[in-house]
Design a protein around this ligand. Structure first.
Ligand SMILES: [Zn+2]
Ligand SMILES: [Zn+2]
Length: 143
């Protein structure tokens, strides 16, 4: 059986001023195709690893927050990023107070990532072939 080592949930921003570590195992690994994630990442989707919020420790004096509002939920998303280099680090969703959603492109080890869920497939890029074995939701986690 594959065992996730805790140091696989360490990460940093592009400039290295913001670092984080997580003491717990991921609750879920997912892909978000929402338009806000596409803009924030300047890519086609976010890769997100949900972890218990209390187990995530983020350090760095350049950590900043941009708040967006969920399209369906009307709830706040605290999108935390490094204000020095611009890397997205973690999103905190008001309706999931126990979870933090790590922007998994900032993990030091990304080789083990295997998303099992895709959300906001309604706004997925049409040229992107869906990976096998994911559950696909047309819109967000909360409907
Ligand atoms: Zn940075
Ligand atoms: Zn999103």
């Amino acid at each position: 059986m594959y065992v996730l080592m805790s140091d696989q949930l360490d990460g940093r921003c592009l400039c290295g001023n913001v670092t984080y570590r997580c003491d717990a195992e991921p609750a879920m690994t997912l892909v978000c195709h929402c338009e806000d994630c596409q803009r924030q990442t300047s890519s086609t989707f976010s890769i997100l690893v949900a972890v218990p919020r209390t187990a995530l420790h983020v350090d760095g004096d350049t950590l900043a927050t941009h708040i967006t509002v969920g399209t369906d939920t009307g709830e706040e998303r605290r999108r935390q990023f490094c204000s020095k280099c611009g890397s997205p680090i973690v999103s905190l969703l008001a309706e999931h107070p126990d979870l933090a959603f790590i922007k998994a492109g900032t993990l030091n080890d990304r080789s083990w990532l295997s998303p099992t869920l895709e959300i906001w497939c309604d706004s997925a890029q049409p040229w992107l072939a869906p990976p096998a074995n994911t559950q696909r939701l047309a819109r967000g986690l909360s409907g």
